[in-house]
Structures are given as structure tokens and as C-alpha cells.
Design a protein around this ligand. Structure first.
Ligand SMILES: *Cc1c(COP(=O)(O)O)cnc(C)c1O
Length: 487
């Protein structure tokens, strides 16, 4: 049975989720259909996964996560290899995408660093570093970073106490806080009397990118970074260089998110390296490191293109850095990047159970099937927050090609009409209550942005690998919620 769709919408059939063999980039790398027709991930069928984990549940393909981390580490090491005239490159995983100690251990073991943006993320990074590199490594945590605007004194002091490799200061106030924290660390004997705190500066480059375009403006109206265009960044660099407590290690730029077009990054390289040159002329200090941030796009639906690979990204950045350094006559810096989404995003899917079906007639024979599932905006806020598009595939059985398709909207069970999981998707017309839907690419900014709205318990994250399964995060219980209550 086919239902017509409104004339203004894409033709029926064009919004069906691609099967894993059609668009492997959309799914964790071990995803496929088993002999029973159900999806399987990590050597476990959806039925086996759900026997040990109630829906809604995030399923993390551990081999996929490791592979993505290793691919980024290798791409940066290769394209910035000193044998090619470069000065080394590395990737820091942006932990805000999804961070637990297990995830942090995995990415550290594959050679990545970890960027954090709060005391909590930093504590997880430190705990994982102790497990992977030994307790002593936490006193010289060069593989960790701390970001964010409006960092507290305590956060800056903790980062400096661990001597993180990337302490990225976001304002003149933070420069003062860092200098004060170094004085305290010297006085308490944690630092040697002449030891300095190594810091980077977050620049506002005037470049915004996202999706397939970038824009370049001289001035920016946003909260992050220190403006290059107004001269504030050069002033901040002077302040760091002249502060006896601080060393200016590098410059940082992060231009946006979900970026497919590498032109914005090339533009940012230009702004950052020209400022680096100016800082050297003004202060005599040529920064050792340039951090070009994250934002590398991924496909969420079959309508998205396949994203550039880490090797393509690293090569484009290396070419831009090499040619601009040659033009400026400057030594090539060490270069880092901070992918978050492109590592965690495709490595997870969310499984939901269909709890209800409501067919809404739209006139002129067109209809939309509203599919309720047992989760929603509390486990994925991105559709409501950013109008983000997702897709969904029937996961517990192979869809019957004879059944036809219906234009569907997958919705959650929260008290908000904006509580949408997948705005537009073509699903089998014989979809039934009890079917399981798999939504791909939910690993980044899914569980990490989850809430307890409507006093939902936040879903668990199950890892699967080679037929085995366990919890990355166990599902919250109502007892967990009640345990937080005061009198
Ligand atoms: C969010 C963020 C990232 C990661 O962005 P993705 O889009 O997940 O790659 C990297 N660096 C900074 C400073 C960020 O704020």
C-alpha cells in the first residue's frame, strides 16, 4: 500500500534510510543484516542486544570507534610527518561529543589526545590517562586539553596543575586567572619557582562554517574567542608573552560544526598563521603549535554526501599550512585538530521500540504516519535544538519490499510538539507497534546532551564487539533520580 505525499515534499521512496551496504558511512562499520533479516552490530543481532538492554538504548560499536580514532591519529601523523617537511600533527578527541572513562581510554589508546570543556570532562580525561599511561602521566598531561569560555579559577588551576598540553584561554580575564593560578602553584611547591604555565589563545577568526558553505567576516558577534580583526588577539598574545608566569604555546581556531567544505579551514589557516607571524614580529615569540579545531561533518541521512575522510582533511590542512609558512618565511608549526562528531557520531545507533502509530490525512490523498517511540528529545535534543535531520530503519526484521512505503515522522513521548526524532522518513507501510527502529549517527551530542525532561531516565549506552556486549553507561533508574532529591 502506498500513500501519496504532499506535492511540496520529496517523492515517496526518496527518504528511506539507506541500508548499511548502500551507505556504509552512515552506519557503524560492523553493521549489516543477519540471516534472520535483523540488523546486527558488533556481531550481535538487534534481538540479542535488546535481550540485555531495554530500549531506548544507544549501541556503541567499539571496533568502529577505535577505527575512527586510529584513522584520525594516522592521518595527522602522516600528513604532518617531519619527513615531508612538516612539524608533526595530532588529533585531540573533542570529549563533549560523548565522554566516559571507557571512551577516553579507547581514544587515548589509539594515540589521540582528549579535549575537555569542564571540570567534569577534565576529571574523566585525567582518570583515563592514569589508566592508559600511568598515574605519573597525569602530572604532565600533554595529551589533555581544556577549552571553554568563562572557565572558573578552579578549572584553570586544575588544568595547570596537570600541565595539560592545550589550556586554551578565551579572554583577557582568563589570562589573569591563569597567571594567578601559576603563582599559587609556585607558592604551594607544586610548580618549580620559575616554572611557567603553557597556554594557547582561542582566536575569533571571522570565519564561520557549517554544512557546505563558509562565510568570512571581519567582525563576529558571538561569545567565543579573542578577535583577530580588532587587534585584541595581538594584545592578548603580548599579555601572555610579558606575563612572567605564562608561556605562549600556541593559537587555536574552531570555525563551526558539521563542515563538509574544506575551504573554510584553509581560510582559517591563513588568518591564524598571519597572526602568528605578526605576534612573532611584535614579541619575538613564534608559537610552536596551531590548533585548527573540530567541526568535520558526517552524514546523518541518505541525503547527505559522504564526508571528506580524515586523510583528505589532514592533507588539505597540511597543504595550506605548508604553502602559507613558505610565503611568510616562518617555521612550520606543530598542528592539531579536534574532531568530535566525526569520531563518536557514526559509531553509535539508537534503538527505539515503536509504541504507537497515528495516520494523519493531509488532504488530496496524502497522509503522514506519526510513529511514536519510547524515547525522544530527552535522548536526542538535536532535532528540536538545531532542526537536525536524522533517518531511521526497521531493525528487528527485513522490511518486506511488497509492503510499500509511507511518509512518516518519528516522534518522542515528551510533552512538546517539537519532540521529533526523525522529521521525515519513508518507512514500510506495514510498520507495527513493537517493531524496533534504528537511528544511525547518534553517537555525538546525543547521550552527552540527554536530559531528564518529564523525569525520563536517561538511556544506557551498550558497547558491542565480536559478539560480546556490556555497558559504557548503564541506564539510569528512577532510584537514581530520587537519590538526588533533598528534603
Ligand atoms: C565542539 C568543539 C569541537 C568538536 O566539534 P565537532 O563538530 O564535534 O568536531 C572541537 N573544538 C572545539 C573548541 C569545540 O568547541
Amino acid at each position: 500500500m502506498m500513500s501519496a505525499v504532499p506535492a511540496s515534499e520529496a517523492p515517496l521512496g526518496t527518504l528511506a534510510a539507506p541500508e548499511p551496504e548502500v551507505r556504509p558511512d552512515l552506519w557503524p562499520s560492523t553493521t549489516g543484516r543477519g540471516a534472520d533479516g535483523a540488523l546486527q552490530i558488533g556481531g550481535r543481532s538487534v534481538g540479542e542486544i535488546l535481550a540485555d538492554a531495554p530500549t531506548p538504548v544507544f549501541v556503541l560499536d567499539e571496533a568502529d570507534l577505535r577505527g575512527r580514532a586510529a584513522t584520525w591519529a594516522a592521518a595527522m601523523a602522516e600528513e604532518f610527518w617531519p619527513g615531508y617537511g612538516m612539524n608533526g600533527g595530532e588529533a585531540y578527541y573533542a570529549g563533549k561529543a560523548f565522554l566516559t572513562t571507557r571512551v577516553a581510554r579507547t581514544v587515548l589508546s589509539e594515540g589521540l589526545g582528549i579535549d575537555t570543556a569542564s571540570a567534569g570532562e577534565l576529571a574523566v580525561g585525567v582518570a583515563a590517562l592514569a589508566e592508559v599511561d600511568g598515574e605519573a602521566a597525569t602530572a604532565h598531561a600533554t595529551r589533555l586539553g581544556l577549552h571553554g569560555n568563562g572557565k572558573t579559577c578552579a578549572e584553570i588551576r586544575t588544568a595547570l596543575a596537570h600541565r595539560v598540553g592545550h589550556l586554551v584561554l578565551d579572554s583577557a580575564e582568563e589570562i589573569d586567572l591563569a597567571a594567578a593560578a601559576v603563582r599559587e602553584l609556585r607558592e604551594s611547591g607544586h610548580y618549580a619557582p620559575d616554572e611557567t604555565g603553557s597556554v594557547m589563545l582561542r582566536l575569533t577568526t571571522g570565519i564561520h562554517a557549517g554544512g557546505h558553505e563558509f562565510i568570512s567576516t571581519a567582525h563576529e558577534d558571538q561569545k567565543f574567542g579573542i578577535s583577530v580583526a580588532t587587534g585584541a588577539a595581538l594584545d592578548a598574545a603580548r599579555a601572555v608573552v610579558t606575563a612572567p608566569e605564562l608561556t605562549l604555546h600556541g593559537l587555536h581556531s574552531h570555525i563551526g560544526s558539521q563542515i563538509f567544505d574544506l575551504a573554510g579551514f584553509r581560510e582559517a589557516v591563513g588568518v591564524v598563521l598571519r597572526l602568528r607571524h605578526q605576534i612573532a614580529e611584535a614579541t619575538g615569540v613564534l608559537c610552536q603549535e596551531v590548533d585548527l579545531g573540530g567541526g568535520y561533518g558526517i552524514a546523518y541521512t541518505g541525503a547527505d554526501p559522504v564526508a571528506p575522510s580524515p586523510a583528505e582533511v589532514a592533507r588539505a590542512l597540511a597543504e595550506a599550512v605548508r604553502s602559507l609558512c613558505a610565503e611568510l618565511g616562518d617555521a612550520v608549526p606543530h598542528v592539531s585538530v579536534e574532531p568530535g562528531r566525526s569520531i563518536a557520531g557514526p559509531s553509535m545507533v539508537t534503538l527505539y521500540t515503536v509504541t504507537g502509530l497515528k495516520r494523519v490525512e493531509l488532504g488530496e490523498g496524502a497522509a503522514r504516519l506519526y510513529v511514536s517511540v519510547d524515547g525522544g528529545m530527552s535522548d536526542n535534543i538535536r532535532p528540536a535544538l538545531y532542526d537536525a535531520a536524522y533517518t531511521a530503519l526497521v531493525a528487528n526484521r527485513r522490511p518486506d519490499p511488497e509492503a510499500g512505503l509511507v511518509r512518516a515522522r518519528v516522534v518522542g513521548k515528551h510533552c512538546e510538539s517539537g519532540d521529533v526524532v526523525v522529521r521525515d522518513v519513508d518507512l514500510p507501510a506495514d510498520l507495527a507497534v513493537g517493531d524496533v527502529l534504528a537511528v544511525p549517527a547518534t553517537g555525538a551530542y546525543g547521550r552527552s546532551m540527554a536530559s531528564n525532561y518529564n523525569l525520563f531516565t536517561r538511556p544506557g549506552v551498550a558497547w558491542v564487539e565480536a559478539g560480546r556486549q556490556g555497558w559504557v553507561l548503564r541506564p539510569e533508574t528512577i532510584a537514581d533520580l530520587l537519590a538526588l532529591e533533598g528534603d
